[in-house]
Design a protein around this ligand. Structure first.
Ligand SMILES: [Mg+2]
Length: 625
């Protein structure tokens, strides 16, 4: 704005400067014209006075008065600063100078007039007057020419041309200035609008950014108050976005974010707003009418997000979870609404069944507990406060211990005994999975190394691995380092992995498993039958063992279908040259039946409960004795 004002002011100043020049030149023309007219007038008056004297209708004094006036005029024209434009007219100065000289010559003759009253002298004086008039006629002609020239002479026309030229130039200049000024204003406005857009929008998705979101939600809250209605805040988070970015590249990640933004916009249309708060975190503001349920919109958002995203390399199936909070019931301010929507979203993220969650009382406390647990778990890992229990896996035929499964136990001084599933969930969702798996691997391997040294050299240890750490690509190197540090042979280690379709769909996790197989580590598919494994997975994955889920084992003596499934799994494992372990063997009957079916290995409370390392050592000693 200041620039525009300065530009306008300087444009107008330049224009007025030109007008000043025009005015000055015009004034000069007028002054020259007026002065020339005055000169001619004085010459004519003097001539008239001489004529009147000759006709005796005026006296000598009248002639002398006009002589003086004429001389005075000539002097002014020769010396006065204001007369300079006249003097500067071509040919004027010599005329004025010669007229001045002539007047000086005439002076004595003019003042000698009327000094005698005799008739002879009168006639003589008349003759002198006529002579003076005769001499004056030349100057009268010159004064006339000066006067005519001042109005219509070449110089006057030149000056008029100058004026015309200046006027034309000024107009063109002014139009040019106005056009360029207008253009500059347009560019400034456009730039200003662009800067404003960039300040308030996310460049990638074109959605309002965090700053703009706060303005939008504050306005939406004011509108809701005016309408005496409500408002829903839907917090949206994409599952596994970091893994997508890491494994498929940022280009794919950006494409996914753009598609997500478009889909949210399509759902919201003109009713409400979608914004990107950062990373893979989006939020939707939905104005609600009185008593309206926000769940249908949350579900619609979720359904639109999980549709396949076509990519050159194939379709990507995004997963998302949504947390919703409602104004005014679940928060009266922006931060409270956001915090509650975030808590609900966090709840959905950590649930395996709920993907769309509305905020409920008590969720905050549960979330706080998880956060505290995560902090405590980190400390427990660093300070070696976790404990591994070991459950033996027996050869059903012969009863020898084939291996032991390392199972995590944590008795927190602050939170009490924490269930292993909760420990794993907390670790998974707070970025501690890698650290935790590393600790378990190292501790279990050290223990196995001790047992090997104690003489149980054929013993193997099974370690459960969290699904998420297959994604980070460091598992193989971690295992390699642990084996080197504990001097264990790779064949002593069995990694138990769970079925998780989304995991096996990534090339990275299969590559990790193959690296592990190359090291010589055995891979067991845990809880087989409960997940989503397909025959193609069994063919694709480099597996050594299947562990039949305990739910089949539990029902096999009472449910023929369960029995049939167990038989099938055993046959399948045999045909794929995999060893099979039955989990959850709790009854003698089950053990016998499994033996009859050809199941090689068994694990369960009937055989042995998980036990501390020291008890496991005693069990090994007694079994081998
Ligand atoms: Mg297991």
């Amino acid at each position: 704005m200041i620039i525009a004002l300065l530009f306008s002011a300087s444009s107008m100043y330049s224009y007025y400067r030109d007008l000043e020049v025009v005015r000055y030149v015009s004034a000069t023309i007028k002054a020259v014209g007026w002065t020339s007219s005055e000169l001619e007038m004085e010459v004519l008056k003097f001539d008239h006075a001489l004529t009147a004297l000759a006709a005796e209708t005026a006296d000598e004094e009248f002639v002398q008065l006009h002589f003086e006036l004429l001389w005075s005029r000539i002097n002014t024209l020769l010396q006065g600063e204001e007369s300079r434009p006249v003097r500067e007219q071509p040919g004027v100065l010599p005329i004025l100078e010669s007229l001045s000289i002539q007047l000086a010559r005439w002076e004595s003759r003019i003042y000698a007039l009327g000094t005698s009253d005799s008739a002879g002298n009168k006639a003589k004086q008349r003759a002198q007057v006529m002579a003076l008039r005769q001499e004056l006629s030349h100057f009268r002609k010159l004064a006339r020419e000066i006067n005519v020239d001042s109005f219509s002479g070449t110089n006057a026309w030149q000056q008029l041309d100058i004026i015309q030229d200046i006027r034309l130039r000024s107009s063109v200049y002014l139009i040019g200035l106005l056009l360029s000024g207008g253009l500059m204003m347009l560019l400034l406005l456009r730039e200003n609008r662009r800067n404003r857009y960039l300040a308030y929008h996310d460049i990638l998705t074109r959605l309002p950014n965090r700053m703009y979101f706060y303005q939008l939600i504050n306005k939406a809250l004011r509108d809701a108050d005016k309408r005496n209605a409500g408002l829903a805040v839907h917090m949206i988070d994409l599952n596994g976005f970091k893994a997508i970015n890491d494994s498929l590249g940022h280009e794919v990640g950006d494409k996914l974010l753009t598609v997500v933004a478009q889909r949210l916009q399509e759902c919201v249309k003109v009713h409400g707003h979608a914004a990107r708060l950062g990373g893979d975190e989006f939020v939707v503001i939905q104005p609600l009418s009185l008593g309206e349920d926000p769940k249908p919109m949350a579900t619609q958002l979720w359904q639109s997000l999980i549709r396949d995203v076509p990519l050159p390399a194939g379709n990507l199936s995004p997963q998302a979870c949504i947390g919703t909070s409602v104004y005014p019931e679940q928060g009266t301010g922006v931060s409270e609404l956001l915090s509650h929507a975030d808590t609900a979203m966090y709840y959905a993220k950590h649930s395996s069944t709920v993907m769309v969650q509305c905020y409920e009382m008590g969720m905050d406390e549960r979330r706080l507990r998880k956060q505290k647990l995560a902090l405590a778990l980190q400390g427990a890992i660093e300070q070696d406060q976790l404990v591994l229990y070991y459950q033996p896996i027996y050869e059903l035929e012969g009863g020898a211990i084939e291996s032991v499964e390392a199972l995590l136990r944590w008795h927190s001084s602050e939170h009490g005994v924490i269930h292993p599933l909760e420990i794993i969930a907390v670790a998974e969702h707070h970025g501690l999975a890698h650290k935790l798996n590393e600790w378990v691997l190292l501790t279990a391997s050290r223990q196995l190394s001790d047992w090997h040294q104690a003489g149980f050299s054929g013993l193997k240890v099974n370690v459960n691995i969290s699904p998420s750490i297959f994604m980070d690509g460091e598992l193989a190197s971690t295992v390699h380092n642990v084996l080197r540090a504990t001097a264990l042979s790779a064949s002593s280690l069995v990694l138990e992995i769970t079925e998780d379709t989304s995991l096996w769909d990534t090339k990275g996790s299969i590559a990790t498993l193959e690296q592990l197989r190359k090291l010589g580590v055995e891979i067991a598919l845990d809880d087989f039958g409960t997940g989503y494994s397909s025959f193609s997975h069994l063919r694709q994955l480099p597996l050594n063992k299947l562990k039949i889920d305990k739910s089949f084992v539990a029902d096999m003596t009472t449910d023929p279908k369960a029995l049939s499934l167990v038989k099938t799994i055993i046959a399948l494992a045999a045909s794929l040259e995999m060893k099979v372990t039955a989990e959850g063997v709790e009854l003698k009957e089950q053990q016998l039946q499994l033996q009859q079916l050809g199941c090689e290995l068994g694990q369960g409370y009937l055989l042995a409960k998980p036990m501390a390392a020291i008890d496991m050592t005693a069990e090994l000693q007694s079994t081998c004795a």
